[in-house]
Ligand binder design. Structure first.
Ligand code: TXA
Ligand code: MG
Length: 315
C-alpha cells in the first residue's frame, strides 16, 4: 500500500471498482463504489470482518442523498445544520435506488453521510456514485486517524492499493449515527454531534440508545437488524427438496434450478452476489424455500455464513 497525494489517481481507481483509503474529518475510510457489489465485496475482504456490517454511504451533498433514501423533514433540518460534517443518518432506502445490496447488508434502511474533509469532497464530486466506506482498520483494531495508521494497520494486505494523504483527521472519532426510521430519533453511536445538539436543532426529544445499552448490555450482533427473507432458508444443503430453489456455490449447483453464488468457488465473488441473489430467489409465489449449498468457513466465507445463519434463524 502506498501513501499518495494523487487525488486524480484515487478517482481513477475508484471509477474502476478498486478500493482506496480516503481521509475524512472523523477517521480514514476504506472506500469503494457503493453501487457495485463487486467493489463493496473487496472492502469486506480487506476489513477481514467475520460478519457483514452494513456500511455508510458517503455523498457529496443532500441532493445525492435523495437519490438513495427517503429524506424526511427532520433529516433536512439536520442536514442544513450539520452537513457536511460528522453526522450519519439512518434513513429508509428509496424503492428505486442504485445501491449495492451488499453495502447495506440487504436492509431496507441505509446509513448516509456528507463528509466535510476537502479531499473527500473533491473525490466525491468527481464521481457519479456514492462511496461505501467503513473506518479503514482491520476489524479488531482501532480506527485510523492518519494515513500512516492505515498503512501500519494493513501492512502489505492492501497490496498496491492507494492511501490518499489527507493529514490527521480533525475530529478523530467516528461520526454520530442517528436513526430517523423510528417514531423517535435515536442515537445508535455517540460522536462529536451530541444529543443536546440534535434536540436543539429538531426541537423534539432524541433517545440515546447507546446509554440505554450501557445500562443493559446485549451482544452487539443482536442489536443490529438484519436481512430476513420471506422464504425459509435451509443451509448446508447438497440435495434440494421438492419446492425448494437452490442457491449454489462452486461445484454444488443444480443447472436450471436457482443461482450459483460463484461457480468458480471464489468467496469474494460469492459475497458480492449474496444479497442480490437471495432477493432474486425470495419469491413465495414460486417456491416453498431456499436451499443453500455449504459455504467454506474461512475468509469472507465466515461473514457469508454469519448472514445466512441470521437470515435462517429469523424465521
Ligand atoms: O466517521 C465515520 O462514520 C467513518 C468514516 C469513514 O465516515 N465510518 C465508519 O464506518 O465509522 P463503520 O463501517 O466503521 O461504521 C458504520 C456503522 C456500523 O456500526 C454499522 O453497523 C452502522 O454504521 N450502520 C450502517 N448502516 C446501518 C443501518 N442501515 N442501520 C443501522 N446501523 C447501520
Ligand atoms: Mg469502524
Amino acid at each position: 500500500m502506498t501513501i499518495s497525494r494523487d487525488v486524480k489517481e484515487a478517482i481513477r481507481l475508484l471509477s474502476l471498482g478498486e478500493v482506496v483509503a480516503l481521509p475524512t474529518e472523523t477517521v480514514y475510510g476504506l472506500a469503494a463504489d457503493g453501487t457495485s457489489d463487486e467493489a463493496v465485496a473487496k472492502i469486506y475482504a480487506l476489513k477481514n470482518r467475520p460478519c457483514f456490517n452494513p456500511l455508510i454511504l458517503h455523498c457529496h451533498d443532500l441532493d445525492q442523498v435523495k437519490t438513495l433514501a427517503r429524506v424526511p423533514y427532520e433529516a433536512k433540518q439536520l442536514a442544513e445544520q450539520f452537513w457536511p460534517g460528522p453526522l450519519t443518518l439512518i434513513l429508509e432506502r428509496r424503492p428505486e435506488n442504485p445501491l449495492s445490496l451488499l453495502a447495506t447488508a440487504g436492509l431496507n434502511t441505509v446509513a448516509v453521510r456528507v463528509p466535510a474533509h476537502p479531499i473527500m469532497q473533491e473525490v466525491l464530486q468527481a464521481l457519479e456514485f456514492p462511496l461505501a466506506a467503513p473506518s479503514a482498520n482491520p476489524s479488531t483494531q482501532l480506527s485510523p486517524t492518519t494515513a500512516e495508521h492505515v498503512d501500519a494497520a494493513f501492512k502489505d494486505r492492501l497490496g498496491p492499493a492507494l492511501i490518499l494523504q489527507g493529514g490527521a483527521c480533525e475530529i478523530g472519532l467516528e461520526s454520530t449515527i442517528l436513526d430517523l426510521t423510528e417514531s423517535i430519533p435515536m442515537i445508535l453511536r455517540p460522536g462529536a454531534i451530541t444529543r443536546e445538539m440534535f434536540e436543539i436543532c429538531l426541537g423534539t426529544a432524541v433517545l440515546d440508545f447507546t446509554s440505554e445499552v450501557s445500562k443493559k448490555p446485549k451482544a452487539p450482533g443482536q442489536l443490529l437488524k438484519h436481512y430476513a427473507p420471506r422464504l425459509p432458508l435451509r443451509l448446508n444443503v447438497t440435495e434440494p427438496q421438492k419446492g425448494e430453489i437452490f442457491l449454489g456455490f462452486g461445484e454444488i449447483a443444480f443447472e436450471g434450478r436457482g443461482l450459483n453464488l460463484s461457480p468458480r468457488g471464489d468467496l469474494v465473488e460469492a459475497a458480492a452476489h449474496l444479497f442480490a441473489y437471495l432477493h432474486a430467489l425470495d419469491n413465495p409465489n414460486l417456491f416453498q424455500g431456499i436451499a443453500v449449498a455449504p459455504i467454506p468457513r474461512h475468509g469472507l466465507g465466515l461473514a457469508i455464513n454469519d448472514r445466512l445463519e441470521r437470515a435462517a434463524g429469523s424465521q
